[in-house]
Design a protein around this ligand. Structure first.
Ligand code: GMT
Length: 380
């Protein structure tokens, strides 16, 4: 198949999933064309069967806001036509599904039929979607997509709650490619750069948006560090980084906190840690938690949105209500205070992550692609 993938190229989970999916499809022999405004962060170096088409964003002075959606739709028309694509897979309803719909209509007028699959990731539904002004466009795009997927059952339900649609939405969870277990001696050596022997390392990875509640991360860490000598590794950057650093100073824990900023391959650092914190306000899935679990790192998280579908309470970690920093700290201490308990949670976390392996999920997407292609051929 020749597949066009439209995504946000940044560090966000949707971009990561879309890029990893494209890489896996290419490895299986499909021809994959990424179409977006910058090189996707996780794309890395040259790979066979992968092509990247950059959408040039104009800076014509008349436009105070550049018409990205229109530029993307034009690029899609061009790439579908000249690369002879079979289908488009767009990640995010707006502006990607709306641009795909526009491209589909234009191509139709040229006698070319191209189906598009829309994957809903969360922010488009749970955050943006709550701004009612977007509702007509998002509902329309969902209804016009040739197939729609959502990354969790919770997101699927939210979509029906917030949008005017009754169409079928397939739940296709995010996935992870299992990484080889790193020998303990090597991990210990690398971990000594960040913590002394006997200390625990807690970790948080996000884009530091308010929805991630990074200040809760600091509050939880303070409570844990009061009982168990620990370090906190913060990976990522965003609007709440300043608030997080200010709170560290206020609570007097700065010297215990390692703030690393944006890192392309966060998993290499996550694997040095003992516990992942994800106290988010809302999370359609929580890919970062799954990435931690795949490295054998248990997760203490909130119980919001799709997180309970990923992190199993009392098994791969613990769940608490949003904002319950005392409860999350208690749970963290429960996991970290005893070596045997910690090792059991680490094993469980890795086991739980296997339910979301790439090998399980890739064929699900391929089946959806085949079904939409069949539908289009039948209509022809
Ligand atoms: O919230 C983020 O970190 C970014 C955001 C995105 O759009 O890339 O993530 C959303 O999609 C991820 C991949 O499906 C999910 O794992 C995240 O839970 C989801 N974020 C929210 O729902 C807030």
């Amino acid at each position: 198949m020749k597949i066009g993938i439209v995504l946000y190229p940044t560090f966000g989970g949707s971009g990561v999933v879309a890029t990893e999916l494209g890489k896996a499809l290419a490895q299986k022999g499909h021809e994959v064309h990424f179409i977006t405004y910058a090189q996707p962060v996780r794309l890395g170096s040259y790979r066979e069967n992968i092509f990247y088409h950059e959408v040039a964003v104009s800076n014509y002075p008349l436009f105070e806001f550049q018409p990205y959606e229109t530029e993307l739709a034009s690029k899609l028309v061009d790439v579908v036509k000249h690369e002879d694509l079979d289908l488009l897979h767009v990640h995010y309803a707006i502006p990607h599904a709306s641009a795909a719909y526009m491209a589909q209509q234009i191509l139709e007028s040229h006698g070319i039929r191209i189906p598009f699959v829309t994957t809903l990731h969360g922010t488009d539904i749970t955050l943006v979607g709550k701004d009612k002004s977007f509702e007509p466009v998002i509902s329309f795009c969902i209804n016009k997509s040739n197939a729609v997927t959502a990354v969790s059952e919770s997101l699927r339900k939210d979509t029906f709650t917030h949008f005017n649609t009754t169409r079928e939405i397939h739940v296709v969870p995010n996935f992870i490619q299992a990484s080889p277990v790193v020998p303990a001696a090597e991990l210990l050596e690398r971990r000594r750069k960040y913590a002394q022997d006997g200390e625990r390392i807690l970790c948080h990875v996000s884009n530091f948006r308010p929805v991630k509640r990074v200040e809760d991360v600091i509050q939880i860490f303070k409570r844990v560090n009061d009982v168990i000598p620990s370090r906190l590794m913060l990976i990522g950057d965003g609007p709440d980084r300043y608030n997080a650093e200010r709170l560290c100073r206020e609570l007097g824990v700065c010297s215990r906190v390692i703030t690393l900023g944006k890192i392309r391959d966060a998993a290499k650092l996550m694997q040095l840690t003992d516990l992942f914190l994800l106290p988010s306000e809302t999370e359609s899935f929580g890919l970062a938690a799954l990435e931690a679990m795949a490295e054998g790192i248990p997760v203490v998280s909130s119980n919001t949105g799709g997180i309970p579908e990923v992190n199993k309470d009392g098994y791969s970690g613990y769940l608490s209500n949003v904002g319950d920093v005392d409860g999350m700290a208690k749970n963290a201490i429960k996991i970290l205070s005893n070596e045997a308990t910690l090792n059991q949670f680490k094993t469980n976390a890795r086991e739980q992550s296997k339910l979301f392996s790439l090998e399980e999920i890739l064929p699900v997407y391929e089946n959806i692609y085949n079904a939409v292609l069949k539908d289009v051929q039948t209509v022809k």
